[in-house]
Design a protein. Sequence first.
Length: 454
Amino acid sequence: MVIENDLGKDNVWQLVWRIAIPSMLGQFVSVLYSIVDRMYIGNIPEVGNLALAGVGVCGPIVTMVGSAAFLVGIGGSPLMSISMGEGNMEKAKKILANCFMMICVLSVLLVAIILPLRRPMLMLFGASDVTYPYANSYFTTYLCGTLFALIANGMNQFVICQGFAKVGMKSVVLGAALNIILDPIFIFGFNMGVTGGALATVISQMASAAYVLRFLFSYFVPVRITFGGYDIKIIAKIIAMGFTPFIIIAMDNLMIIVMNTLLQKYGGAENGDMLITCATIVQSFMLVVTMPLGGISGGTQTILGYNYGARQTERVRKAQKYIMVMCMGYTAIMFVMARLAGPLFVRLFTQDPVLADKAVWAIGVCTLAIIPLGLQYEVVDGFTAIGKVKISLPLSFWRKFVYFVAIFVLPVKWGAEAIFYAEPISDIFAPIVSILIYFLTMNKILENREKSVS
């Protein structure tokens, strides 16, 4: 058994760097799953823009299905990290066993529930009669690979939380690289269109899932997947911990669904599909912002959880300071890139000059306040890492509340395009409240942990 990172003894800054960078890069590469699909689909001759709009409608629903992986993965991995920090390896093994069982059960249930309801769901969430065939083809194919998606994303958290950030990154890179290779073959070579894009993604996730399971069943990790020891109390704790990241992802995608619906409503028959296509391109860019950002704040949760469990609270303080700096640094870079590389990014998806101009403008609007968003991510994930979901969940909901108010109010007075301003408004007001709560509560929480008896 080889330990890649000693969470309780290694230099804190070096530890943050060694775990955050692979986690960030892994999430950055994972963005390619959706971006590459959308890039090729948007360039399908004659129907590219309509097909891209159809896939854009699927995007948030697909991610909501995938959020079950984070309910279990991000719900169980902090608990496992805390148990490992306390030296309770038997409890850590039970947590992992219960999480693997939950992933398998949830995969079956989700497909059984959603598959019969896909048409009304897609139509309700922004598909039109013209874009529905593309949305249905993509979504049905993707849904059949739900088990692989949940294992690849959910169980990978248990690789990272044991300190193997590079292994976690490799599993994501494997899937993304395979997806890049298979997409043009299935979409254009086999003339399968959007179905080919979805099938390429499913096969790629199957490869990532196999890689993750092979590692977690091996003797390379301190805590391996085992069977048995299923406990309703442990399952309840996992759900309680994972509810915050789960609801964050679910609400983020609900916001996209509502956005698509409102763009269709206020854009009308003439501009509705075009604005949804524009929003799909913008959402692809925002994934480049938020997923690697989540890789930094989420991947480093294991450092905070482990040292919190071990009552090494000074290491928790140092780590969180460094993580905040990295998050802010990343969002600052992406703020600049939105303005310098936005036009190049848009041209990957469309050659339509009107659509391209609108998408470049919308990317600029949606990234106006992304720099403080880095603090929001780390504060919420930081509280979750040490088990304080009663704080992290309201902070997350506050951001969603501001967004929903803005997204419904803005178009009433200023029209469909004003919807895009809901993003920077929420990115300003949410971090202000989160930082205030952080300074009022975090020191007290850590001081109480220092005084607690093991």
